[in-house]
Design a protein around this ligand. Structure first.
Ligand code: FE2
Length: 381
């Protein structure tokens, strides 16, 4: 049985339900009213600004009616009906996280143990845009990467992959880029050297949040792909030494790429990015495009480098890496704000050719949430 009560000021409402007790503020409730004068019935967008809410808004009366909560707001004299389940789903009366570097419940940190079950889907099944796609997009959100198998060996097929969840983000490298041995490489990614695990293009702001790599040829020995969970690496650093974690989160690094004519991309961002409440939201790590770091206090630069070195060692630890081969017609999609990728070295004999492009995680999550909402499952917010 749900019960409602208010404090004497009318500023705080308490909802006691079978799933718990939740407090809400009058101004919050008023702003989140779902009546047609406050929210558009057609697109759900708010029709009022905060200034339209009287500063002295308070609850004049409240009552429960089945699954609904009726609230009369003073001084407007406006009565609004709230869905109690919506209120419970959006309750904010809970303890705040006390440790920096926490991650959302819908993501799962991983290490090399994930090697035995790399999230993989069939190209044709994904194209049906049904449950297989929802499952795979959910995996990409949960683990930060996913593989696709049994696709066509056809130039441009990577655009079919992007089309499953979003749009291509074009850059100075073009709508897509070719990854294969080049005679005069402008970027080390196009040579046969192995690369340290990295996030792509940290010198862009905003950074491309999704990378797609699609394999078209792979007759050269080696060249396996490897991914490392940057959040897991940063979490391990935090658990080993919170000060090392903090110094990388609290000071901006700088990244730069000016390796082609007419291009000079720079950014100033920390290697470990946190939301104001300490949620880990991004990792930028790329030895090749790290520029001179000038935003760490003089007295702390050695400490900063010790932390950077330790994070690098953790990233290089085979216990953190998941390795898989991409054969022609196979692709992988990676959340470039979280998961680092690398390629093992490969020999010059034979060929290896991939096409890559960028897209965005917000579009991917939007597609997933819209699919889940359409199938009646709760969409994450
Ligand atoms: Fe890369």
């Amino acid at each position: 049985m749900t019960k409602v009560s208010c404090d004497t000021s009318g500023n705080i409402l308490t909802l006691e339900t079978s799933s718990g007790s939740y407090r809400f503020h009058a101004v919050w409730l008023r702003d989140n009213a779902a009546d047609p004068e406050t929210r558009s019935a057609s697109n759900g967008q708010r029709l009022i600004a905060v200034g339209d809410i009287p500063a002295d808004t308070r609850i004049a009366a409240a009552s429960v009616d089945g699954a609904s909560l009726n609230i009369n707001f003073a001084p407007e004299g406006k009565t609004v009906v709230f869905d109690i389940n919506w209120l419970i789903a959006h309750a904010y009366d809970r303890p705040t996280p006390d440790q920096r570097g926490w991650t959302r419940d819908d993501i799962e940190l991983w290490d090399s143990g994930l090697m035995s079950h790399v999230p993989t889907a069939d190209f044709t099944e994904l194209g049906a845009r049904g449950e297989a796609l929802a499952q795979w997009l959910g995996d990409v959100t949960r683990y930060g990467f996913g593989k696709i198998a049994n696709g066509p060996v056809r130039e441009g097929a990577l655009f079919d992959v992007v089309d499953l969840f979003g749009f291509v983000r074009e850059t100075n490298y073009g709508r897509h880029f070719e990854v294969r041995t080049a005679v005069n490489p402008t970027n080390l990614a196009y040579t046969g050297l192995g690369l340290q695990a990295h996030t792509d293009n940290p010198y862009r702001d905003p950074v491309p949040t999704v990378q797609v790599l699609y394999c078209l040829e792979s007759s050269a020995a080696g060249g396996e792909n490897m991914v490392v969970d940057g959040f897991a690496a940063a979490r391990r650093l935090r658990d080993e030494d919170p000060d090392k974690f903090s110094i990388l989160a609290d000071h901006a690094a700088r990244f730069r790429f000016a390796g082609e004519e007419g291009v000079c991309l720079t950014s100033r961002r920390p290697m470990i990015e946190l939301a104001p409440d300490g949620e880990m939201t991004g990792v930028r790590f790329n030895n090749r495009s790290l520029a001179a770091i000038t935003d760490v206090p003089f007295d702390r630069m050695e400490e900063y480098y010790a932390a950077y070195r330790r994070l690098s060692e953790i990233i290089d630890d085979p216990a953190m890496e998941v390795t898989f081969r991409l054969d022609p017609g196979e692709a992988f999609v990676v959340d470039n704000t979280r998961v680092l990728h690398a390629r093992k070295g490969y020999s010059g004999a034979g060929t290896r050719w991939l096409q890559g492009c960028y897209s965005d995680m917000d579009g991917l999550r939007s597609t997933l949430d819209a699919m889940r909402a359409a199938t009646g499952r709760e969409a994450a917010e």
